[in-house]
Design a protein around this ligand. Structure first.
Ligand SMILES: [Zn+2]
Length: 127
């Protein structure tokens, strides 16, 4: 994460983002860019408004909608989802590594007890 993407790339991601088609990594890069880049943020706003207007064209509630607020909400939702995903993946990797260490430890003790004795021998001989 934190990888910078260019405006051209970010703007290509606007529609997929609105369609909720971005993979986690692309989404993270996109949001990071939107947070920093005024130009792309405006592009996103415009697309968001168009999208929203098309969806709710028949709805006369449209005037009351706070489009910027809605967009901000959507971005925050994306950020929360990414944070959750990040926490989950950190937890998952921690569990996997712990398991691997545990299993490796058990296997070494089961099948290579000589290794420890040899090492102990070596160490004691060095002293
Ligand atoms: Zn940009």
């Amino acid at each position: 994460m934190g990888a910078k993407i260019e405006c051209a790339k970010a703007q290509k991601l606007i529609q997929p983002y609105l369609d909720d088609e971005l993979k986690a990594r692309a989404c993270a890069e996109f949001i990071a860019h939107i947070r920093e880049c005024e130009t792309c943020r405006h592009e996103l706003e415009t697309s968001f408004i168009v999208e929203y207007a098309l969806k709710y064209l028949d709805d006369d509630k449209m005037d009351n909608f706070d489009i910027q607020g809605l967009l901000e909400e959507q971005i925050i939702r994306s950020e929360r989802r990414m944070q959750r995903r990040q926490v989950l993946s950190v937890l998952m990797w921690t569990a996997i590594i712990l398991m691997a260490v545990l299993i490796a430890g058990i296997l070494i003790r089961l099948f290579l007890p000589d290794l420890f004795e040899d090492a102990a021998h070596l160490v004691s001989r060095l002293h």
